[in-house]
Every structure is written in structure tokens, then in C-alpha cells.
Design a binder for this molecule. Sequence first.
Ligand SMILES: Nc1ncnc2c1ncn2[C@@H]1O[C@H](COP(=O)(O)OP(=O)(O)OP(=O)(O)O)[C@@H](O)[C@H]1O
Ligand SMILES: [Mg+2]
Length: 367
Amino acid sequence: MAEVILKEVSKRYKKSDQLSVKKISLEIKDKEFMVFVGPSGCGKSTTLRMIAGLEQVTEGGIYIGDKLVNDVPPKNRDIAMVFQNYALYPNMDVYENMAFGMWIRKVEKYVIESTVKSAARTLEIEHLLERKPSALSGGQRQRVALGRAIVRKPQVFLMDEPLSNLDAKLRVQMREEIIGLHRRLETTFIYVTHDQIEAMTMGTRICVMKDGIIQQVDTPENIYNSPANQFVASFIGSPPMNFLPGKIIEKKSGCFFDTKRFALPISQDLNEPLAAGNFIDRAIVMGIRPEHIVQKRDMETGSAVKAKVRFTELVGADRFVHLETGDYRFTMRATSHERFGDDSELEIVFKPEHMNFFHPETGVAVR
Ligand SMILES: Nc1ncnc2c1ncn2[C@@H]1O[C@H](COP(=O)(O)OP(=O)(O)OP(=O)(O)O)[C@@H](O)[C@H]1O
Ligand SMILES: [Mg+2]
């Protein structure tokens, strides 16, 4: 069990003129489940591989426990890594795949046997121990790869998109199994994915990355409710947050978000930061999640805006209603029971307490 600390870590690959990871600092606590999430190429795998010792750190320091490990070879870091492609030995059966690392380390036979059996029990693959990987389903191979990591009893588990080869149903099942595994093993987990649902459901904290830079590190709730910038706001959440450009104006009763078509009162607690950030009479971007746009009839207060229904999408229990008013287009989340005719007109309310504001050029959230 150990914490993992990154201090201003950068990575430049050989022959590359750019940094793939740019001075990132992060403290991952002991027993935490930290998820790295971000679009393709943002540096998630590079960061994980540097923690594993599979890539050299160009600048900065990586600490596992309280030890600087920059020059410690992977096998001495007390970590186990599970990859997307599982990398099982095809000629060995499941038992041998899991036992292999211990054979190399000359662990006693009876210890190997009880360790493998206990891991197999945890993962419910006891009945598969004599099978070769080619005779296993994707999900079963996945479990063997996890088993191989578990038997090492590492201080830290590193996983790089381990579920991306599985079908949707199996992913959900394995997701739950990995969460359960984390609870049982009480070990630090660092998990890489580009799937925001995986990030939201699995992480105790999420680290959102873009272009080699950490955008925000926080709990799933805080990432969702108070995104640090427009990138995080649009990357996490489906359908994504709606963004409406406009202007802040100040009236006697407080600040308003003003567009050419309507002006909406802003939650009192944002008046001060908006004034402090010099946003009065200046351009701004308002962000609001689809579930925080509601029909007027559902609300007691709030100033209504008229909007036309462009089209709707039924997604399970939700119905996404795509709306338009003037040049603005946005999406409202309704329930599947509610029906809306194309081109019909609605009176909608943007819930003031759920409006987020972002700097129009930098995208940084006003707080
Ligand atoms: N061996 C390498 N040599 C040079 N550049 C590399 C190497 N590996 C990765 N890169 C570059 O570093 C950047 C980060 O890559 P990385 O693999 O860490 O991204 P990622 O976030 O894991 O993406 P994905 O979701 O596609 O796996 C990319 O621009 C990539 O092209
Ligand atoms: Mg990757």
C-alpha cells in the first residue's frame, strides 16, 4: 500500500519536438482509486508508463511510498500493470499464466498454489485454470490478466484501458468487478480510460487531462457539478453541457446573463466573483447541463424563455429535446414519458443555481 506522488513531471519522447506530458503534479493517496481520463493523445498512457517505470521521466520526480523511483527499474517498484491487450502467454494455461511471475522469483511451490487458487477464487475463474487463453472469452482473459496482477500483491495497481476490448454488457460487469476488487484489496489503483462513464463510476477521484496538462483533479461529483473550465465541462457528461455566449449586465436586483433575446437572473453567490473578475458589461459564456433546463410549468419561479423543438431523441428513460431560440441551440433532458412535437414551442427555464460561467477566451470557470 502506498501513495504515488508526481512532482512537475514532464515527458519528451526521443525524436519528438513536443512534450507529451507537461509539468504535471499530482498526489494520489494510499488506497485511492484515481482515474486518468481525457481524449486520445492527451498523455494518459505516457503518465501511467512513467509511474510503472516503462518510460523514462524527462524532468521532475515520481515517488512511490516516500521513495523517489525515477531510476528504479519496473520490477523493483512494487507495482502491477494490466494492459488493454492483456498480454497473456498463449502457450501457458491460466494457472501457468498466473504462476509465471512467482516461478521466476523462485517462490515456493505450495505458496504459488495457494496464491493462484485464492486469486482465481476472487475472480471466479477457478474452473478455467487448465485452459489456454485461446479457449477463453474476452472477459475471462481480462480476469486472468487481473489475476496475474493480483498474485503479485503490489503496492499499486496500474490499469491502462483494460476494458476497451469488451462488449458493452461485459464492460459494465467488469467495471463492477474492478470496483469490488479495489474494495477487497485495499490497494492504490490508477486507472486510465477515455470513457467518461468509466471515470465517473469507478474513480474516487478523477484527473482530467488534455494536451499533456492536468485540467482538474477532483471527486466525480465536483468534476460534474463544478468543472474548472469549458473543456472539462464538455468532456464529462452526456449529452454535454450546453454553452451560450452572452454578456453580464448589472441591475439594481443583481447580475443578469444577457443575450440579444433574453436576460436571465444569476444566482446571488455568483454576483461577487463576476464583479471581481471584471465581467460586468463584458462577454461571457454561460454553461448549463441538459437536466437543468426545465419546462416553465415544472417550475414555480424563474424567467421563461420561448424555444422551438428541433427534434427529440429517446434514450432509455430519458428524452433529449433539441431546442432552438434565435441563433442558440441547446439540449434539454426530459423523461421518456414526456412527448414533444417537432417544431412545437416550449416555455423553458434555465435553473439559475445551476448556471456555470466561463471566460470567453480562456474557458476558465468563474468561481
Ligand atoms: N513512443 C513514442 N514516441 C513518440 N511519441 C509518442 C510515443 N508514445 C506516445 N507518443 C505521443 O505522446 C502523446 C501522448 O500519448 P499517450 O499514448 O500518452 O496518449 P493517451 O492519452 O494514452 O491516448 P489514447 O487514449 O489514444 O491511448 C501523443 O501525442 C503521442 O503521439
Ligand atoms: Mg493510451
